[in-house]
Design a protein around this ligand. Sequence first.
Ligand code: NAP
Length: 318
Amino acid sequence: MKPTSNTPIPFIAAANYAQTGAWVDALQAAMPAERIIAFDAMNDEDKATCQVAIVANPNPADLHQLPQLQWIHSVWAGVERLVADLGDTHLKIVRLVDPQLANTMAEAVLAWTLYLHRDMPAYAKQQAKQIWQALEYVRPQQRRIGLLGLGALGEAAAVSLLRAGFQVAGWSRHRKAIDGVNCFAGADELPAMLAQTDILVCLLPLTPDTRGLLNAVALTALPQGASLINFARGAIVNDTDLHAALDSGHLAHAVLDVFEVEPLPVSQWQWQHPGITLLPHCSAPTDRQTASQIVAGNILRYRQSGVLPVTIDVQRGY
Ligand code: NAP
């Protein structure tokens, strides 16, 4: 169907989402010629005509009230929940691809890689025991970082790690060519990359293929004393296998920003484990202002040409 100008654009979020007003304001400022409305403020006429919606974990029942809806633009980069919630749908799904988000994630990857590289967990444990002892210095050129995922976020992280002097390898489904990065591709090549990784950084989407990927087999393929950073999704890591790998000393440390259930329940072992640094899903928050500009650009292009931005491959899961 051809895009019609002047149809309202709803912002649809979960019922208890506190930032709806702030998103409507930012999106409206980014596309002044459009009419952005919170879903709850739409009348029946608005609902009958709108073709595109901007979403943040929407209730699927809300989307079903929009008979002309063609596509939805998420303001998040990860869409596994949206794909699962919508099931078999005719709707095209567009996710957020924002260079600012990639920069923020690259900064987080560099920060927490340096944290592990410069032995901060070990020094914190020494301080607690009042131990004065310098550990052996390792140059970044001697430290091998393995990136799982070389997409929008993984590639930006690779560039910042290279700039800091690290050896960088990366893994994706299709082989990438990134200057200075040793690129691996496909399930067959994963063990080879893991075997030469000191710090493994996970930046994969959660899909049927990546759920539970970091299990005992994968963790054991890492060299003794390796560390893990998971900034992607909790369910990519098998928690029981991670616990065992940390307890046995095979893994030295894990920095975890994401969990299968968030907030992480206080009863969970990760809160107390000395081998874990726990973060509250803060490695790369969406920047409302830059994200609104990206969404506005995509919607204005659609209004002018009818062409949608790159959409999610629902079968593939990302
Ligand atoms: P993206 O551009 O879609 O990149 C995904 C990468 O993973 C691609 O390189 C892809 O390979 C690779 N991949 C996917 N499935 C694979 C498989 N089965 N085997 C090997 N490689 C596979 O995604 P992105 O924008 O970089 O984001 C990645 C994830 O980061 C998001 O899905 C989200 O869950 C997470 N995230 C977390 C935060 C946070 O604050 N913690 C913030 C934003 C995003 P190809 O290139 O060959 O397709």
